[in-house]
Design a protein around this ligand. Structure first.
Ligand SMILES: NC(=O)c1ccc[n+]([C@@H]2O[C@H](COP(=O)([O-])OP(=O)(O)OC[C@H]3O[C@@H](n4cnc5c(N)ncnc54)[C@H](OP(=O)(O)O)[C@@H]3O)[C@@H](O)[C@H]2O)c1
Length: 169
């Protein structure tokens, strides 16, 4: 399937693969959330229903396209669709240059192949989790990696990576 605009994914994964717990993140790292904000700002975000619920409200400056079979009322900046291809149809109407897939694990598993770039925050802790995710590095080439960053408020360290899809896969 050809997507109407360039798609990127953004995710954070702990050293033990921890990805989510109790419908939320297994950590709270303010500076990493700021990074998420800076990368996604002014671009549409596609997400699964559980991720939408875990965010809890609409994030400013970004259109939210939520994939679910549930009937949810739409509002400004909130689009409800029942498939990834319908999410792509919405993107066509938004006149954007790119969009972000922001999770969760179910949606990443289904759609990572459609992304050209993936932003991965490696969180250097090993927390408890009920959802784990492995980024499939074999199909991707790491084009950028930061030094270790230490969050001032939590002292948790993390590394920011950008992965480009290996052509021909
Ligand atoms: N670490 C990270 O970077 C990160 C990022 C995002 C989320 N999370 C965490 O991950 C957890 C949520 O992940 P999750 O895997 O449970 O849920 P999810 O992918 O957010 O949502 C799953 C639901 O979305 C819909 N859906 C997803 N993909 C679909 C597809 N291809 N086609 C049709 N419908 C689709 C379905 O909704 P219906 O059942 O309603 O039809 C499905 O049950 C939470 O703990 C969240 O905090 C972590």
């Amino acid at each position: 399937m050809k997507t109407p605009v360039e798609l990127e994914a953004i995710m954070a994964i702990a050293d033990n693969g921890a990805f989510g717990i109790h419908q939320g993140l297994p950590w709270h790292i303010p500076s990493e959330l700021q990074y998420f904000k800076s990368i996604t700002m002014n671009n549409p975000m596609i997400m699964g229903y559980n991720t939408f619920k875990s965010i809890g409200n609409l994030l400013p400056g970004r259109d939210h396209i939520v994939i679910t079979s549930k009937k949810i009322p739409t509002q400004e900046a909130l689009y409800i669709v029942d498939s990834f291809s319908e999410a792509c149809s919405v993107l066509q109407t938004l006149h954007c240059k790119k969009a972000f897939i922001i999770g969760g694990a179910t949606l990443f598993t289904d759609t990572l192949d459609f992304c050209s770039l993936v932003h991965v925050s490696r969180i250097h802790i090993e927390p408890k989790a009920d959802i784990f995710f492995t980024f499939p590095v074999d199909n991707w080439h790491c084009i950028q990696e930061s030094d270790k960053i230490v969050d001032q408020k939590t002292a948790i360290s993390y590394t920011l990576q950008k992965w480009k899809k290996i052509k021909g896969l």
